[in-house]
Design a protein around this ligand. Structure first.
Ligand SMILES: [Zn+2]
Length: 423
């Protein structure tokens, strides 16, 4: 079994423990041993030895709301203009870019075509293309006039969502996406800023529609993720057992209570990145739109602070994938968590690693530097606890290891164990 020994690293293990100096031995795809006595761990003669020179070794990042097929297009309708073949290649490029930027796992929040996440996930798992661990999503299931319904009467226009009305139509789409192999079924029960007939505070799906999708997911052991900005949509999806609540920005007191009551099974990702970018960086906003976005940002940040205090798992993942909020700068969400949500850098890292491992449904083996855990690791030049923004700089990622294998190998720090012993 191949071995890699990291010597002289500062470990942020993802558990929340204080960082510590150690040597870390990886055997195969697992973390075999962590030695706090310098030089105490013994590696096989053919092991690769990496002298960390005091760099930070931490778990790989988990993106909680990934859209690798969203292609950084200027608009949502533009996603419908990409033919399937090009779209598959574009998605292949972006999953690699996310791994290049330290995301060793991505939980997809919606695919722009029914099978694109699925075939890319399968190709990664088969070792055919590089990419993170990946849970594949269905396209967004939305109602007529809801977020994602970009059709126009009398015009042909392909969309990135599927439009359904009534429980039977939702059930049919849900079954179809289960058949094709999606891990996560995505629904859009609330509206969104900029959707003319369905602004963010509105709730557009019915209980029966949400229940139909949740029922299919339940029977097939899949999860449902909900685009739920409005308070009523958060409550609605929690009533039906949805496990992943995206946004929750406009939650009211009752919705916060319900999220807290479900904290052992539910994950919240506010996607602050896209709201921030839409408000602060996109430009050409009407005064009304600016007011609404400002309100959503302020209330959303306050709500996430409250949820974090109440023990709800709030995860970074900022809906990156549009020209105004592009991939692969996804690690910017960790900085948003620190600057806007008041998380400490350690809390932001826990959210993106330990909680991320749980989100990937591998809580007992992913997201921490711990003996027996999967070796998804970053060797970082510097201390992200001092400056969380350095995780956004791919040049500061000295090494990226996924499943025990170097995706990015360190330059000038590697030697062979046998040679090292002889010196
Ligand atoms: Zn999204």
């Amino acid at each position: 079994m191949s071995q890699t020994l990291f010597r002289n690293v500062q470990v942020i293990d993802g558990s929340g423990a204080e960082p510590f100096s150690a040597d870390v031995l990886v055997a195969g795809n697992r973390i075999e041993a962590i030695g706090r006595q310098p030089g105490a761990l013994r590696a096989a003669p053919d092991a690769v030895v990496v002298d960390g020179l005091g760099a930070t070794l931490m778990p790989g990042l988990v993106e909680a709301h990934a859209h690798p097929s969203f292609a950084n297009t200027p608009s949502m309708p533009a996603l419908g203009d990409i033919p399937p073949e090009e779209h598959t290649l574009i998605t292949m490029k972006f999953v690699r870019l996310l791994l290049d930027h330290g995301f060793t796992s991505i939980n997809c929040a919606a695919a722009a075509k029914p099978r694109v996440d699925i075939v890319i996930r399968n190709a990664i798992n088969a070792g055919d293309i590089p990419g993170p661990r990946m849970l594949a999503a269905s396209p967004e299931m939305t109602v007529t006039g809801g977020l994602g319904d970009v059709r126009l009467s009398h015009m042909h226009r392909e969309t990135f969502a599927v439009v359904a009305d009534g429980a039977d139509e939702f059930r049919r789409w849900a079954r179809l996406f289960v058949r094709e192999g999606a891990d996560t079924l995505k629904i859009n029960p609330s509206g969104d800023e900029g959707v003319p007939g369905a602004p963010a505070h509105t709730t557009v799906m019915t209980d029966a529609e949400v229940a139909a999708v949740c029922d299919v997911a339940h029977h097939h052991d899949k999860r449902v993720a909900a685009h739920a900005r409005s308070a009523d949509s958060v409550k609605m999806v929690l009533r039906h057992g949805v496990q992943i609540v995206y946004h929750a920005t406009l939650a009211d007191a009752e919705a916060l209570d319900m999220l807290e009551a479900a904290k052992d099974r539910v994950f919240v990702a506010p996607t602050i990145g896209i709201t921030w970018a839409a408000y602060k960086e996109r430009g050409s906003l009407s005064a009304d739109a600016a007011r609404r976005l400002n309100h959503e940002l302020e209330l959303g940040c306050a709500n996430m602070k409250a949820l974090q205090k109440r023990g709800v798992r709030v995860l970074p993942g900022g809906d990156y994938g549009f020209a105004f909020n592009p991939m692969p700068r996804n690690a910017r969400d960790l900085e948003h968590f620190v600057r806007l949500l008041g998380f400490s850098p350690m809390e932001a890292i826990i959210a993106a690693t330990r909680h991320g491992g749980a989100l990937m449904m591998q809580g007992g083996e992913l997201g921490q530097v711990k003996e027996g855990y999967l070796a998804d690791l970053l060797l970082v030049d510097g201390d992200p606890l001092q400056d969380i923004s350095l995780l956004q700089d791919a040049d500061r990622l000295i090494a990226i290891i996924k499943d025990g294998v170097f995706h990015k190998a360190p330059q000038d720090r590697r030697r062979q164990a046998g040679k090292l012993a002889a010196e």
